[in-house]
Write a protein of this length. Structure first.
Length: 480
Protein backbone atom coordinates (compact mmCIF):
# COMPACT_ATOMS: atom_id res chain seq x y z
CA UNK A 1 0.00 0.00 0.00
CA UNK A 2 1.24 3.48 -0.87
CA UNK A 3 0.69 5.11 2.52
CA UNK A 4 0.81 8.74 1.37
CA UNK A 5 -1.54 8.19 -1.59
CA UNK A 6 -4.00 6.30 0.62
CA UNK A 7 -4.04 9.07 3.24
CA UNK A 8 -4.47 11.79 0.59
CA UNK A 9 -7.35 9.88 -0.98
CA UNK A 10 -9.13 9.60 2.37
CA UNK A 11 -8.40 13.22 3.27
CA UNK A 12 -10.12 14.30 0.08
CA UNK A 13 -13.07 11.91 0.47
CA UNK A 14 -13.79 12.80 4.12
CA UNK A 15 -12.64 16.46 3.86
CA UNK A 16 -10.42 15.88 6.88
CA UNK A 17 -8.33 19.02 6.42
CA UNK A 18 -11.45 21.13 6.97
CA UNK A 19 -12.65 19.44 10.18
CA UNK A 20 -12.41 21.57 13.30
CA UNK A 21 -13.56 21.86 16.90
CA UNK A 22 -13.71 25.40 18.26
CA UNK A 23 -11.25 26.54 15.61
CA UNK A 24 -8.83 23.65 16.17
CA UNK A 25 -8.27 21.66 12.98
CA UNK A 26 -7.34 18.46 14.76
CA UNK A 27 -6.52 16.46 11.64
CA UNK A 28 -3.77 18.91 10.67
CA UNK A 29 -2.06 18.34 13.98
CA UNK A 30 -2.43 14.55 13.87
CA UNK A 31 -1.90 13.58 10.22
CA UNK A 32 1.91 13.41 10.33
CA UNK A 33 1.91 11.24 13.48
CA UNK A 34 -0.52 8.83 11.83
CA UNK A 35 1.70 8.70 8.77
CA UNK A 36 4.78 7.99 10.92
CA UNK A 37 2.91 5.29 12.84
CA UNK A 38 1.84 3.58 9.62
CA UNK A 39 5.33 3.82 8.17
CA UNK A 40 7.09 2.38 11.22
CA UNK A 41 4.45 0.48 13.25
CA UNK A 42 7.17 -1.46 15.09
CA UNK A 43 8.83 1.74 16.30
CA UNK A 44 6.48 3.59 18.67
CA UNK A 45 7.12 7.20 19.62
CA UNK A 46 9.41 7.30 22.62
CA UNK A 47 8.99 10.17 25.04
CA UNK A 48 12.14 11.22 26.89
CA UNK A 49 12.23 10.77 30.64
CA UNK A 50 11.24 14.10 32.13
CA UNK A 51 13.59 15.55 34.74
CA UNK A 52 11.25 17.76 36.75
CA UNK A 53 14.04 19.74 38.42
CA UNK A 54 15.36 20.75 35.00
CA UNK A 55 11.93 21.84 33.84
CA UNK A 56 11.53 23.93 36.99
CA UNK A 57 14.93 25.51 36.34
CA UNK A 58 13.97 26.35 32.76
CA UNK A 59 10.62 27.74 33.88
CA UNK A 60 12.33 30.14 36.29
CA UNK A 61 15.27 31.19 34.11
CA UNK A 62 13.68 31.14 30.63
CA UNK A 63 10.68 33.37 31.08
CA UNK A 64 10.29 34.28 27.42
CA UNK A 65 9.21 37.81 28.24
CA UNK A 66 8.97 40.23 25.35
CA UNK A 67 8.85 43.94 26.02
CA UNK A 68 6.18 46.10 24.43
CA UNK A 69 7.03 48.32 21.50
CA UNK A 70 9.66 46.05 19.98
CA UNK A 71 10.22 46.35 16.23
CA UNK A 72 11.65 43.13 14.84
CA UNK A 73 12.48 42.54 11.20
CA UNK A 74 12.63 38.75 11.34
CA UNK A 75 11.64 36.22 13.97
CA UNK A 76 13.65 33.01 13.50
CA UNK A 77 12.26 29.77 14.89
CA UNK A 78 15.42 27.67 15.31
CA UNK A 79 15.73 23.90 15.17
CA UNK A 80 16.09 22.69 18.77
CA UNK A 81 18.52 19.88 17.82
CA UNK A 82 21.64 22.02 17.68
CA UNK A 83 25.20 21.01 16.74
CA UNK A 84 28.21 21.65 18.95
CA UNK A 85 30.77 23.95 17.36
CA UNK A 86 33.71 25.55 19.15
CA UNK A 87 32.15 25.08 22.58
CA UNK A 88 28.71 26.44 21.67
CA UNK A 89 25.60 24.90 20.13
CA UNK A 90 24.65 26.16 16.69
CA UNK A 91 21.36 25.94 14.81
CA UNK A 92 22.81 24.99 11.42
CA UNK A 93 19.74 26.35 9.64
CA UNK A 94 19.17 29.79 11.20
CA UNK A 95 22.20 31.05 13.14
CA UNK A 96 24.37 32.03 10.19
CA UNK A 97 21.65 33.98 8.38
CA UNK A 98 20.34 35.50 11.61
CA UNK A 99 23.71 37.23 12.09
CA UNK A 100 23.02 39.14 8.87
CA UNK A 101 19.91 40.66 10.47
CA UNK A 102 20.79 42.22 13.85
CA UNK A 103 17.20 43.44 14.30
CA UNK A 104 15.96 39.88 14.63
CA UNK A 105 14.96 37.51 17.40
CA UNK A 106 15.40 33.74 17.66
CA UNK A 107 12.69 31.69 19.34
CA UNK A 108 14.04 28.62 21.14
CA UNK A 109 12.12 25.39 21.81
CA UNK A 110 12.87 22.34 23.93
CA UNK A 111 14.95 19.48 22.61
CA UNK A 112 13.82 16.36 24.49
CA UNK A 113 12.58 18.46 27.43
CA UNK A 114 15.92 20.28 27.64
CA UNK A 115 18.13 22.77 25.81
CA UNK A 116 21.50 22.26 24.18
CA UNK A 117 23.44 25.12 25.77
CA UNK A 118 25.34 27.42 25.59
CA UNK A 119 24.01 28.57 22.23
CA UNK A 120 25.61 30.61 19.46
CA UNK A 121 22.36 32.45 18.72
CA UNK A 122 21.92 36.00 19.94
CA UNK A 123 18.66 37.76 20.89
CA UNK A 124 17.11 34.51 22.19
CA UNK A 125 13.52 34.34 23.43
CA UNK A 126 12.68 31.01 25.06
CA UNK A 127 9.26 29.41 24.60
CA UNK A 128 9.63 27.27 27.74
CA UNK A 129 6.90 28.83 29.84
CA UNK A 130 4.34 28.81 27.06
CA UNK A 131 5.09 25.15 26.27
CA UNK A 132 5.08 23.98 29.90
CA UNK A 133 1.96 25.90 30.87
CA UNK A 134 0.15 24.57 27.80
CA UNK A 135 1.13 21.02 28.79
CA UNK A 136 -0.13 21.53 32.35
CA UNK A 137 -3.32 23.10 31.06
CA UNK A 138 -3.89 20.09 28.80
CA UNK A 139 -3.31 17.59 31.64
CA UNK A 140 -5.68 19.49 33.92
CA UNK A 141 -8.43 19.65 31.28
CA UNK A 142 -8.12 15.98 30.33
CA UNK A 143 -8.20 14.80 33.94
CA UNK A 144 -10.68 17.14 35.59
CA UNK A 145 -13.02 18.44 32.90
CA UNK A 146 -14.55 15.08 32.11
CA UNK A 147 -17.73 16.23 30.36
CA UNK A 148 -16.08 18.64 27.93
CA UNK A 149 -13.18 16.24 27.36
CA UNK A 150 -15.49 13.37 26.49
CA UNK A 151 -17.35 15.58 24.03
CA UNK A 152 -14.13 16.53 22.24
CA UNK A 153 -12.88 12.94 22.37
CA UNK A 154 -16.09 11.52 20.90
CA UNK A 155 -16.05 13.98 18.00
CA UNK A 156 -12.40 13.37 17.12
CA UNK A 157 -12.71 9.59 17.46
CA UNK A 158 -15.78 9.57 15.23
CA UNK A 159 -14.01 11.48 12.44
CA UNK A 160 -10.75 9.52 12.56
CA UNK A 161 -12.53 6.17 12.88
CA UNK A 162 -14.77 6.85 9.88
CA UNK A 163 -11.89 8.00 7.68
CA UNK A 164 -9.17 5.54 8.68
CA UNK A 165 -11.10 2.27 8.92
CA UNK A 166 -9.16 -0.53 7.29
CA UNK A 167 -5.71 1.07 7.47
CA UNK A 168 -5.48 1.78 11.21
CA UNK A 169 -6.21 -0.71 13.97
CA UNK A 170 -8.67 0.09 16.76
CA UNK A 171 -5.70 0.57 19.09
CA UNK A 172 -4.05 3.03 16.67
CA UNK A 173 -7.29 5.00 16.27
CA UNK A 174 -7.65 5.17 20.06
CA UNK A 175 -4.03 6.30 20.42
CA UNK A 176 -4.46 8.97 17.72
CA UNK A 177 -7.66 10.20 19.36
CA UNK A 178 -5.99 10.55 22.75
CA UNK A 179 -3.04 12.40 21.25
CA UNK A 180 -5.35 14.75 19.33
CA UNK A 181 -7.39 15.51 22.46
CA UNK A 182 -4.21 16.53 24.29
CA UNK A 183 -3.18 18.64 21.30
CA UNK A 184 -6.62 20.32 21.33
CA UNK A 185 -6.13 21.67 24.84
CA UNK A 186 -2.49 22.61 24.29
CA UNK A 187 -3.57 24.48 21.17
CA UNK A 188 -6.22 26.50 23.06
CA UNK A 189 -3.61 27.77 25.51
CA UNK A 190 -0.62 28.06 23.19
CA UNK A 191 -2.47 30.03 20.51
CA UNK A 192 -3.38 32.81 22.90
CA UNK A 193 0.08 32.90 24.49
CA UNK A 194 2.03 32.94 21.22
CA UNK A 195 -0.32 35.43 19.61
CA UNK A 196 0.39 37.85 22.44
CA UNK A 197 4.14 37.24 22.03
CA UNK A 198 4.10 37.76 18.25
CA UNK A 199 1.90 40.86 18.55
CA UNK A 200 4.47 42.40 20.91
CA UNK A 201 7.38 41.47 18.65
CA UNK A 202 5.55 42.61 15.52
CA UNK A 203 7.98 40.90 13.10
CA UNK A 204 7.66 41.45 9.37
CA UNK A 205 8.66 37.84 8.64
CA UNK A 206 8.82 34.56 10.55
CA UNK A 207 11.49 32.11 9.34
CA UNK A 208 11.02 28.58 10.67
CA UNK A 209 12.38 25.05 10.51
CA UNK A 210 10.14 21.93 10.50
CA UNK A 211 6.87 23.65 9.65
CA UNK A 212 4.82 20.58 10.63
CA UNK A 213 5.82 20.72 14.31
CA UNK A 214 2.97 21.80 16.59
CA UNK A 215 4.52 25.14 17.57
CA UNK A 216 5.28 26.05 13.95
CA UNK A 217 1.76 25.18 12.80
CA UNK A 218 0.22 27.31 15.54
CA UNK A 219 2.57 30.20 14.68
CA UNK A 220 1.65 29.85 11.00
CA UNK A 221 -2.03 30.14 11.90
CA UNK A 222 -1.37 33.23 14.01
CA UNK A 223 0.74 34.83 11.29
CA UNK A 224 -2.03 34.32 8.73
CA UNK A 225 -4.31 36.25 11.10
CA UNK A 226 -1.76 39.01 11.73
CA UNK A 227 -0.56 39.32 8.12
CA UNK A 228 3.00 38.18 8.85
CA UNK A 229 4.79 36.25 6.08
CA UNK A 230 6.00 32.78 7.10
CA UNK A 231 8.94 31.09 5.37
CA UNK A 232 10.21 27.58 6.02
CA UNK A 233 13.87 26.66 5.53
CA UNK A 234 14.21 23.13 4.17
CA UNK A 235 15.86 20.88 6.74
CA UNK A 236 15.76 17.45 5.09
CA UNK A 237 14.47 15.36 2.24
CA UNK A 238 11.23 16.55 0.61
CA UNK A 239 9.36 14.47 -1.94
CA UNK A 240 6.03 12.96 -2.94
CA UNK A 241 6.27 10.40 -0.14
CA UNK A 242 6.73 12.96 2.64
CA UNK A 243 3.18 13.57 3.85
CA UNK A 244 3.92 16.94 5.48
CA UNK A 245 4.52 18.47 2.03
CA UNK A 246 1.69 16.76 0.16
CA UNK A 247 -2.03 17.56 0.24
CA UNK A 248 -5.09 16.86 -1.92
CA UNK A 249 -5.44 19.29 -4.84
CA UNK A 250 -7.14 22.54 -3.92
CA UNK A 251 -6.50 22.22 -0.17
CA UNK A 252 -6.53 25.42 1.84
CA UNK A 253 -4.16 24.94 4.79
CA UNK A 254 -3.73 27.77 7.26
CA UNK A 255 -1.05 25.86 9.19
CA UNK A 256 1.26 25.72 6.14
CA UNK A 257 4.01 28.34 5.57
CA UNK A 258 3.58 30.96 2.87
CA UNK A 259 6.87 30.04 1.20
CA UNK A 260 9.54 27.34 1.34
CA UNK A 261 13.21 28.08 0.69
CA UNK A 262 14.70 24.91 -0.80
CA UNK A 263 18.18 23.40 -1.06
CA UNK A 264 17.80 23.16 -4.83
CA UNK A 265 15.37 22.79 -7.74
CA UNK A 266 15.22 18.99 -7.46
CA UNK A 267 12.95 19.17 -4.42
CA UNK A 268 10.22 21.00 -6.33
CA UNK A 269 9.50 17.81 -8.27
CA UNK A 270 6.36 15.82 -7.51
CA UNK A 271 5.39 17.48 -4.21
CA UNK A 272 1.81 18.68 -3.92
CA UNK A 273 2.07 21.66 -1.60
CA UNK A 274 -0.96 23.86 -0.84
CA UNK A 275 1.00 26.85 -2.16
CA UNK A 276 1.83 27.83 -5.74
CA UNK A 277 5.08 26.71 -7.36
CA UNK A 278 6.47 30.25 -7.40
CA UNK A 279 6.47 30.13 -3.59
CA UNK A 280 9.00 27.25 -3.71
CA UNK A 281 12.31 29.11 -4.00
CA UNK A 282 15.74 27.51 -4.33
CA UNK A 283 18.37 29.24 -2.19
CA UNK A 284 20.74 26.43 -1.15
CA UNK A 285 21.93 25.54 2.35
CA UNK A 286 24.71 27.77 3.73
CA UNK A 287 25.89 25.33 6.42
CA UNK A 288 26.19 22.44 3.97
CA UNK A 289 28.04 24.58 1.44
CA UNK A 290 30.43 25.82 4.12
CA UNK A 291 31.20 22.31 5.37
CA UNK A 292 31.49 20.91 1.84
CA UNK A 293 34.15 23.46 0.93
CA UNK A 294 36.04 22.81 4.15
CA UNK A 295 36.22 19.05 3.67
CA UNK A 296 37.02 19.30 -0.03
CA UNK A 297 40.32 20.90 0.95
CA UNK A 298 41.38 17.82 2.93
CA UNK A 299 43.87 15.58 1.19
CA UNK A 300 42.68 12.00 0.94
CA UNK A 301 45.21 9.69 2.55
CA UNK A 302 43.78 6.23 1.78
CA UNK A 303 43.75 5.67 -1.98
CA UNK A 304 41.72 2.45 -1.91
CA UNK A 305 38.26 2.42 -3.53
CA UNK A 306 36.01 3.15 -0.54
CA UNK A 307 32.35 2.19 -0.10
CA UNK A 308 30.44 4.06 2.63
CA UNK A 309 27.32 2.50 4.17
CA UNK A 310 24.90 4.97 5.81
CA UNK A 311 23.01 3.34 8.67
CA UNK A 312 19.33 4.18 8.90
CA UNK A 313 16.53 3.31 11.31
CA UNK A 314 14.63 0.08 10.79
CA UNK A 315 16.82 -0.91 7.82
CA UNK A 316 20.03 -0.74 9.77
CA UNK A 317 20.61 -4.50 10.26
CA UNK A 318 19.99 -5.22 6.57
CA UNK A 319 22.56 -2.57 5.68
CA UNK A 320 25.19 -3.84 8.14
CA UNK A 321 24.68 -7.42 6.92
CA UNK A 322 25.21 -6.19 3.34
CA UNK A 323 28.40 -4.36 4.40
CA UNK A 324 29.75 -7.55 6.00
CA UNK A 325 28.87 -9.64 2.92
CA UNK A 326 30.51 -7.06 0.64
CA UNK A 327 33.70 -7.18 2.72
CA UNK A 328 33.87 -10.94 2.17
CA UNK A 329 33.77 -10.39 -1.61
CA UNK A 330 36.42 -7.71 -1.95
CA UNK A 331 40.20 -7.59 -1.78
CA UNK A 332 40.81 -5.40 1.28
CA UNK A 333 44.15 -4.26 -0.17
CA UNK A 334 42.24 -2.50 -2.97
CA UNK A 335 38.78 -1.84 -1.51
CA UNK A 336 37.73 -0.36 1.82
CA UNK A 337 34.27 -0.74 3.46
CA UNK A 338 33.09 1.84 6.04
CA UNK A 339 29.89 1.57 8.08
CA UNK A 340 28.71 4.97 9.43
CA UNK A 341 26.51 4.41 12.44
CA UNK A 342 23.41 6.53 12.96
CA UNK A 343 23.79 8.80 16.04
CA UNK A 344 20.96 6.88 17.77
CA UNK A 345 23.14 3.72 17.57
CA UNK A 346 26.33 5.08 19.08
CA UNK A 347 25.85 3.72 22.59
CA UNK A 348 24.47 0.26 21.83
CA UNK A 349 25.69 -0.55 18.32
CA UNK A 350 27.16 -3.89 19.44
CA UNK A 351 23.69 -5.07 20.45
CA UNK A 352 22.10 -3.72 17.26
CA UNK A 353 24.86 -5.02 14.96
CA UNK A 354 26.33 -8.08 16.73
CA UNK A 355 28.04 -9.28 13.53
CA UNK A 356 29.82 -6.00 12.76
CA UNK A 357 32.48 -6.26 15.46
CA UNK A 358 35.63 -7.99 14.16
CA UNK A 359 34.03 -8.32 10.70
CA UNK A 360 36.73 -6.30 8.95
CA UNK A 361 34.27 -3.50 8.18
CA UNK A 362 35.45 -0.13 9.54
CA UNK A 363 32.89 1.21 12.01
CA UNK A 364 32.46 4.96 12.47
CA UNK A 365 30.65 5.98 15.64
CA UNK A 366 30.62 8.72 18.25
CA UNK A 367 34.41 9.14 18.44
CA UNK A 368 35.05 8.42 14.79
CA UNK A 369 35.66 10.78 11.90
CA UNK A 370 32.83 13.26 11.10
CA UNK A 371 30.26 12.45 8.42
CA UNK A 372 31.69 14.85 5.85
CA UNK A 373 35.16 13.37 6.37
CA UNK A 374 33.58 10.02 5.58
CA UNK A 375 32.18 11.47 2.36
CA UNK A 376 35.53 13.01 1.47
CA UNK A 377 37.27 9.66 1.98
CA UNK A 378 34.75 7.67 -0.10
CA UNK A 379 34.03 6.82 -3.74
CA UNK A 380 30.55 5.32 -3.30
CA UNK A 381 27.69 5.47 -0.79
CA UNK A 382 24.99 2.94 0.06
CA UNK A 383 21.73 3.80 1.83
CA UNK A 384 17.95 3.46 1.69
CA UNK A 385 16.29 6.87 1.63
CA UNK A 386 18.16 9.06 4.12
CA UNK A 387 18.63 12.80 3.57
CA UNK A 388 22.32 12.02 4.04
CA UNK A 389 22.36 10.42 0.58
CA UNK A 390 21.70 13.84 -0.96
CA UNK A 391 24.59 15.27 1.05
CA UNK A 392 26.82 12.59 -0.46
CA UNK A 393 25.79 13.72 -3.94
CA UNK A 394 27.55 17.02 -3.25
CA UNK A 395 30.79 15.01 -2.99
CA UNK A 396 29.92 13.34 -6.30
CA UNK A 397 29.80 9.89 -4.75
CA UNK A 398 28.47 7.03 -6.82
CA UNK A 399 25.15 6.27 -5.16
CA UNK A 400 23.52 2.90 -4.52
CA UNK A 401 20.02 2.49 -3.04
CA UNK A 402 19.75 -0.78 -1.12
CA UNK A 403 16.43 -2.39 -1.95
CA UNK A 404 14.42 -2.32 1.29
CA UNK A 405 10.92 -1.14 2.13
CA UNK A 406 10.56 2.57 1.25
CA UNK A 407 13.60 2.50 -1.06
CA UNK A 408 11.16 3.70 -3.73
CA UNK A 409 11.17 7.08 -1.95
CA UNK A 410 14.29 7.85 -3.98
CA UNK A 411 12.95 6.52 -7.27
CA UNK A 412 13.48 10.02 -8.68
CA UNK A 413 17.24 9.60 -8.34
CA UNK A 414 17.10 6.15 -9.91
CA UNK A 415 14.99 7.37 -12.84
CA UNK A 416 17.53 10.15 -13.48
CA UNK A 417 20.31 7.56 -13.52
CA UNK A 418 22.01 9.31 -10.59
CA UNK A 419 21.45 6.37 -8.21
CA UNK A 420 21.41 2.61 -8.83
CA UNK A 421 19.16 0.09 -7.09
CA UNK A 422 20.93 -2.95 -5.64
CA UNK A 423 19.33 -6.13 -4.30
CA UNK A 424 22.24 -7.73 -2.45
CA UNK A 425 25.92 -7.42 -1.60
CA UNK A 426 26.88 -9.49 -4.65
CA UNK A 427 24.73 -7.26 -6.86
CA UNK A 428 26.44 -4.22 -5.34
CA UNK A 429 29.91 -5.65 -5.92
CA UNK A 430 29.06 -6.49 -9.53
CA UNK A 431 27.86 -2.91 -10.17
CA UNK A 432 30.88 -1.37 -8.43
CA UNK A 433 33.13 -3.17 -10.91
CA UNK A 434 31.29 -1.63 -13.87
CA UNK A 435 31.69 1.99 -14.87
CA UNK A 436 28.81 4.42 -14.45
CA UNK A 437 28.92 7.26 -16.99
CA UNK A 438 26.02 9.24 -15.48
CA UNK A 439 26.85 12.86 -14.74
CA UNK A 440 24.76 15.47 -12.93
CA UNK A 441 24.86 19.04 -11.74
CA UNK A 442 25.39 19.30 -7.99
CA UNK A 443 23.60 22.67 -8.20
CA UNK A 444 20.37 20.81 -9.05
CA UNK A 445 20.39 19.47 -5.47
CA UNK A 446 22.42 22.16 -3.69
CA UNK A 447 22.19 25.67 -5.12
CA UNK A 448 25.53 27.44 -4.87
CA UNK A 449 26.30 30.76 -3.11
CA UNK A 450 23.61 29.81 -0.62
CA UNK A 451 24.14 32.49 2.02
CA UNK A 452 24.05 35.21 -0.63
CA UNK A 453 20.82 33.86 -2.14
CA UNK A 454 19.17 33.42 1.25
CA UNK A 455 20.09 36.92 2.42
CA UNK A 456 18.95 38.45 -0.87
CA UNK A 457 15.56 36.71 -0.75
CA UNK A 458 14.92 37.77 2.85
CA UNK A 459 15.93 41.38 2.17
CA UNK A 460 13.63 41.37 -0.84
CA UNK A 461 10.79 40.16 1.42
CA UNK A 462 11.51 42.94 3.91
CA UNK A 463 11.60 45.58 1.17
CA UNK A 464 8.28 44.31 -0.20
CA UNK A 465 6.80 44.53 3.30
CA UNK A 466 8.13 48.05 3.74
CA UNK A 467 6.68 49.18 0.42
CA UNK A 468 3.36 47.49 1.06
CA UNK A 469 3.69 45.27 -2.03
CA UNK A 470 3.65 41.99 -0.14
CA UNK A 471 0.15 40.52 0.13
CA UNK A 472 -0.90 40.18 3.77
CA UNK A 473 -2.62 36.87 4.35
CA UNK A 474 -2.03 34.63 1.34
CA UNK A 475 -4.84 32.65 -0.24
CA UNK A 476 -3.77 29.48 1.57
CA UNK A 477 -4.58 31.22 4.87
CA UNK A 478 -8.29 31.76 4.39
CA UNK A 479 -10.50 30.54 7.21
CA UNK A 480 -12.41 27.37 6.48
Amino acid sequence: MDIVEEILKREEKYRLCEKQINGFQFWQYERFYIYKNMRTPDKPFMKPKIKKWKLLKHYITHSGRVRKGMQIDICFLAHPRRCLKEGKYECIYTDEIARKFPDSITLERFYEEDHLEPVQSSNIVYMDRAIMEAALYSVWKVRFCKRSREKVEKRIHSEINAAMQGILTSAQIKESTGRAVGAYYRYQYTYKRLKKMLTRMNPKIVVEVVSYSQQCMIINEICKELGITTIELQHGWIGKNHLAYNYPAGSVIRQFPDKIYLFGDYYKNDIRCPISKDKLISVGFPYYERELEKYREHQRMDKRYTVLFLSQGRFTRGLSDAAIELYKLIDSRKVRVIYKLHPSEYDDWKEIHPKLENSGVEIVGKDGIPLYDCFGASDAQVGVYSTTIFEGLGFRLRTFIYHQEFADYLNGLIELGIAELVESASDLWEKIQTQNMTDYRVEYFWKGHALMHLERELRSELEAKASGDSVRGHTNGNEI
